[in-house]
Design a protein around this ligand. Sequence first.
Ligand SMILES: [Mn+2]
Length: 362
Amino acid sequence: MDDYKNRLKLIFDNSNLDYIILSNAAGNNSNFLYMSGLKNGLFEGAILLLSKNKMELLTSILEYEEAILGKNSITDVIKISSREDYEKHLFKKTKNKVVALDFGSLPYKSYKNLKKLLKPKKIIDISGKLQEMRLIKTENEIKQIKKAASITKQVFNVIEDDFKIGVTELDLAAKIDYIMMLNGAQEPSFTSIVSFGSNAALPHHMPSNAKLNENSFVLLDIGSRYNNYCSDMTRTFIFRPNKKSNKYKRMSDMYDVVLEAQKLAFNSLKEGVLGRVPHNIAMDYINNYKNGIYKGKFIHSLGHSIGLDVHDNPSIGLSPNVNVKIKRNMVFSDEPGIYINGFGGVRLEDDVLITKNGAKFL
Ligand SMILES: [Mn+2]
């Protein structure tokens, strides 16, 4: 069945819901993209009105042509010329009906306006349902994420050529984004993280003017976006290692421990396993290594769901308190790390698809 028909079916079957209004106020709202399937365009201020068997996309003349080109087979595009037009159209349909809104993305002010203008019988929140649906990827979604992952891997294949004494984190970030887009990414799926030396101890360090020195870490946490779908991967390198130095020995020991933690977590990732299990396996390994020399140095969750957003569903990841079972066709990052303030850090991250035969690296 067509993905979009199926999405409507999953929402509207066995529900008393009449309409869903998805507002794309600021553009690129991922729930709006998920239901509309639009790939190009910003559609700022557009509204997607969903009902049991069809979708209506209300958009201004500015993006009308783009909408006609990009729409899915069950969407009617309606040209709207003014704010009053939007309101009239929505009012006519939704007056005295049960209407769902996306509380996760709708500003409170817009919520109050809609409530006052439309006079629905009842308003409910659809954000949780959409988030839950988005966890399970369709074949087509997996294809897009695979492509996004392959573009990111192409960057890792060539970027070491640009590691030079004196190059800055910003230089390298610019080069990374450039290579991504040359290879077909529409954009980086988030600001590329490039961390040299002790900056690698800060998991979300933003690229700066820091210069690369020999015998130090280069941590790259980057992702490509392809047809709106994200990848998110991290590699850590040691630039021009001085293999006799204690610093090198410590750096490479950290690397080996993180790599082993990533593998152990990967081997535990399968259908039916609770989200916290792979996290705890990686954490226990790191914490117990050599009498605890890295105890407490793995300071984030093992992984998160990946899709239209880099962090696709913040509440269901591979984290200590997640008691939700992993299901087939979910996609997670597997990204343990060790961070030592003032010294540096190692993180290794790959994107993993849950299949009926266990996990698969993308
Ligand atoms: Mn990540």
